[in-house]
Ligand binder design. Structure first.
Ligand code: 3PG
Length: 305
């Protein structure tokens, strides 16, 4: 069994070692390509039976170049980087590793929020999170971790997720909401955890953001595609009390920084899941899932069924 680990954004070295150990313990062979180009990927995938990736784009050309490929495991949650229809047509199973990096992403939400409400540590008086309202958009693994941490800060937590029953949220001390309008109107802080799908693309824009109460802070550790960037910029320009922190640089980042200066913050590269622990958990899970699929057809987390 040949397992290719291709990561444009490398895992922590200890995680790579653990992935290799898991693969070797199963009698399989790991090929590692870090920071590789697309050409590197097309070449390296030629004899791979399994492919482990992060946000790396896996389309038909990659699958055409991989006649032996049986399974692709996205070491992480979102799989919008993989062409599922083409994978299905090629008979390739695609899985993700749900929950393995969600705490890391949730912690970064608060890392960015505290920095923003303390005015990016410029020495002026900021504000606290205690007693403030937080709305979580999508109550999946990351959203639940965000809720847990927010309660530690003493925030009032609400969430919107039409796929999750109200009782599930209530059991975790979270008030369920049922429309995006309510979510934005009722919360000073809104944290996005929706995947990028045809339904969500560009869905967060001017109209929703303008509904936020005074001092609204929008937090995005999900995907840049879910934002209508022109609409968000317009709202930020019209309302000087609004702020935006994002782990994914928008295409109009410079325009936003020029217009809003310290009211916006972007990490240089998406790094929500970039912790040693998340790399280890997601990477080893991806290795074990690849092996289990190749050996026994185990496909619990298949996303192209
Ligand atoms: C995910 O979908 O798991 C996160 O966005 C992390 O993505 P990454 O592996 O590219 O950091």
């Amino acid at each position: 069994m040949k397992i290719l680990v291709f990561t444009e954004k490398p895992f922590a070295p200890a995680a790579v070692k653990a992935i290799e150990n898991a693969i070797n313990a199963a009698g399989a062979e790991m090929k590692l390509v870090e920071r590789g180009t697309r050409e590197d990927l097309l070449k390296a995938v030629a004899d791979a039976n399994a492919l482990i990736v992060r946000s790396d784009k896996i389309d038909g050309a990659v699958m055409d170049a991989a006649p032996e490929l049986k399974v692709i495991v996205r070491a992480g949650a979102g799989y919008d980087n993989i062409d599922l229809a083409v994978a299905t047509a090629h008979g390739i199973c695609v899985m993700n590793t749900p929950g393995q990096n969600s705490n890391a992403v949730a912690e970064l939400v608060f890392g960015m929020v505290v920095m923003m409400v303390r005015n990016q540590y410029n020495g002026t008086s900021g504000t606290e999170l205690k007693g403030k309202s937080l709305g979580i958009y999508a109550f999946g693994q990351v959203g639940r971790n965000v809720a847990r941490i927010a309660k530690g800060f003493g925030m009032d937590v609400t969430a919107l997720d039409l796929f999750v029953k109200d009782e599930v949220m209530e059991a975790e001390g979270v008030k369920p909401l049922h429309t995006p309008e309510e979510l934005f109107e009722q919360n000073q802080f809104v944290s996005l955890h929706i995947p990028a799908t045809p339904q969500t693309r560009g869905s967060i824009g001017y109209d929703l953001v303008m509904r936020m109460p005074k001092g609204g802070v929008l937090i995005n550790t999900a995907r840049k595609e879910v934002i209508d960037e022109a609409g968000l910029l317009r709202a930020l320009k019209e309302r000087e009390d609004l702020r935006y922190v994002s782990d994914i640089k928008p295409d109009n980042a410079q325009e936003m920084l020029d217009a809003c200066a310290a009211r916006v913050f972007f990490t240089p590269k998406k790094m929500g899941a970039q912790t040693a622990e998340a790399n280890f958990n997601a990477g080893v899970a991806a290795a074990e899932q690849s092996i289990a699929y190749l050996r026994d057809g185990w496909n619990k987390y298949q996303v192209n069924k």
